[in-house]
Write a protein that binds this ligand. Sequence first.
Ligand code: HEM
Length: 539
Amino acid sequence: MDTNSTSSISKDGAQTISIALQVAVALLVVLGISSFLKYRGGLKVVGGFPGLRVPFYPTGPPGVVLPTTWWNPGYLFLWTRRLTNYTQFGVDTISVVPFVAGPPCFYTANLDVLRQVAGGGHKTSFAKTESTANIMLVWGMNLLASDKEIWRKHRRIVAPAFNTKLYRDVWTKTLQIYQEAIVAEKWTSEKDIQVSNIQSITFKVALLIIAQCGFGFDFTWSDPPKSTSGQMSVQEAFSAVTNDHMVLAFVPKLLLRLPFKRFRKLHEAHEQIGEFMKAQVAQRKEQYSLKGADAMGHDIFSTLVKANEEEGGKLKLEDSELVGNVFVILFAGHETTAHALAAALGLLSVHPEIQEEIYQQIFSVCGRDGEPTFEDHVKLDKVQATFYEAARLFPAAHILLREAWQDTIIHIPGPAGTDEVTAIPVPKGTPVIVDMVGVQYNPRYYEDPTAFKPSRWYGVSNDSDAFLAFSVGPRACVGRKFATSEAVAFLTSMLRDFTVRPLLTDGETVDVWKARVLDAKIGITLGVNDVPLRLIRRN
Ligand code: HEM
């Protein structure tokens, strides 16, 4: 090669690099300007209200799938920074203004704002939208994801199925399933049992109870729900879907068929749940067409199928709405309670004095091995209080997502101890996110909010608005009494029979166990990390 051609190649190379640099600089300038304009626009939307200035909206892509770090709040910041998110600004509602992607929005840990935004009712200017509820819409519109007229229809159909007869059934079946479980797990003959992960019990119990009481399925501990094909049980499929719901929510369905292990598992789980639900729906519909409405039960599932078979009426459920509700009630009906039960047992295991106090109440009601009756529920207020306190510290429904559907105003109370209220205009389309972790760790409402103190809830009734984890107002959880009946019956049985202690690894101290275990993980819902326990049979 002669020197002329070598120098012309290096000249070409230098030219290419210089063009690439110029393009990169131009792109950076464009990004800088657009971020600046986006940021300025965002500040205008939130009226300059104090808060976080971040690259991405924490509750949508891409911020939600990127790890929570100092520069990206991500999905976990409501938990990891729960003690500083609001205190650093001296208020309990903040604005979040993203300068790269996502809408400007508000996050609140304030109860008054919760009521204005998520309480529901005719006058509210806030609603759930498809973008705020997308993961819940994978199988069709349903009670949890809907809003306005559609929500009213779903609630009118579903709510009557939640009644005292159901709660009594939940209570009785919980006691039965607990007995089945301890026999099947061979706990009846052992004195000191090691459970590497108590969720393996609480999730199975909770899924069986919603399946039996809500759906009339005859699954048992040894024969749990499964679909006709495939390797996964329904419980495994639910757990795969909830642990990886970001992928399900944001990755196009076609891509889930790509040969990645994670995608394949999710695709399989999704298919299994769909197949299971559709098979059950087909069976129950056949029963309806053979025997008519009067031969159907009054469980939640029969109520939904009857509404689907209804001809033309105002309360008719479309096929997709039927499957959508089956999914949501199976899902919300077990995952939330199972998490809270695991948290309650984990917390009790490291608070032996509280456990003893609760046990004394159980002993006074049941004696050494008596079965509590449904009527005993009110006498077991300390057991209920333990469940409430666990659900406060680890709120399964950790965010309530809403969007202003018209230009409106929120009234934001000033710091505790002042009468200040700031009226902030909220333009149509702005998300307002109720941070249930923030609300339930807010020192304005709870003295010593990080402490596990079931006594806060002693004597508090099962429908009191003082307890917030089920939300408040017309849109509060329809399954509250279902969950509480199950939890009180289960915890009473378990604590009557066993003392619960942390299962420590070699050389581990209780404090290290606490730090390792009593921390949250977030899928669709929030729950405590896997809880390893020792169950020591009471004499
Ligand atoms: C510890 C247990 C539970 C907790 C902490 C919990 C919490 C909540 C919360 C906070 C909401 C309001 C969501 C929002 O406004 O966006 C809600 C709604 C709902 N929950 Fe629960 N829940 C629990 C158990 C249950 C159970 C056992 C069921 C069913 C058997 C259930 C079914 C539902 C449904 C269908 C909705 C939507 C209600 C509506 O929008 O009208 N939940 N839950």
